[in-house]
Design a protein. Structure first.
Length: 139
C-alpha cells in the first residue's frame, strides 16, 4: 500500500518493501502494490484490503514532510492511528512505513539513504507479524 503524495520518495520505499518481501521468500506474484492519493488515505485502503481476506499482511508506506502549517501533524497522527486500528480490528498485520520528516532531505535519508529504508523495515515487520499470527492460529 503506497501513498502517491511525495511519490518520488515513496517509490524508493516501495522498492525497499518489494525487495524485503522477496528476500523473505514471498513470491513476486504474491506481492501487490496499491497506490492511494496520500498517507491520510492509507488506513481506509488498508482496511478494505485486510477485510478482503486475501492478504496475510500489509505494509503501508508514504511520506509526510512538515510544512508551514500543522497539517503535517494531523496527517501523520491519523495515518498512524488508522493503520493501527485496521490491524487491531481485522487481525491482519498492517505495518507503518510512513516517513514523518522535517525536511525533504530527511525523507530521502529514510528512503534508502544513510538512515535506512522505512519501506523495507515495514515489509520485514509485516512478514514477521504474518508469521507470528500464523503460528498463534496453528496452535
Amino acid at each position: 500500500m503506497a501513498a502517491r503524495f511525495n511519490e518520488r520518495i515513496t517509490k524508493r520505499l516501495v522498492d525497499g518493501a518489494v525487495h524485503a518481501f522477496a528476500a523473505a521468500g514471498v513470491r513476486s506474484s504474491d506481492i501487490e502494490v496499491h497506490w492511494v492519493p496520500g498517507s491520510f488515505e492509507l488506513p481506509q485502503a488498508a482496511g478494505h484490503l485486510a477485510r478482503s481476506g486475501r492478504y496475510r499482511a500489509i505494509a503501508c508506506v508514504g511520506v509526510v514532510i512538515r510544512g508551514q502549517t500543522p497539517h503535517f501533524e494531523h496527517v501523520a497522527r491519523e495515518a498512524a492511528t488508522g493503520i493501527r486500528e485496521v490491524a487491531l480490528a481485522t487481525g491482519v498485520p498492517v505495518t507503518f512505513g510512513v516517513i514523518t520528516a522535517l525536511s525533504e532531505e530527511q525523507a530521502w535519508e529514510r528512503a534508502g539513504g544513510d538512515v535506512g529504508n522505512r519501506g523495507e523495515e515495514a515489509a520485514e515487520a509485516a512478514v514477521e507479524m504474518g508469521e507470528f499470527v500464523a503460528r498463534v492460529h496453528r496452535g
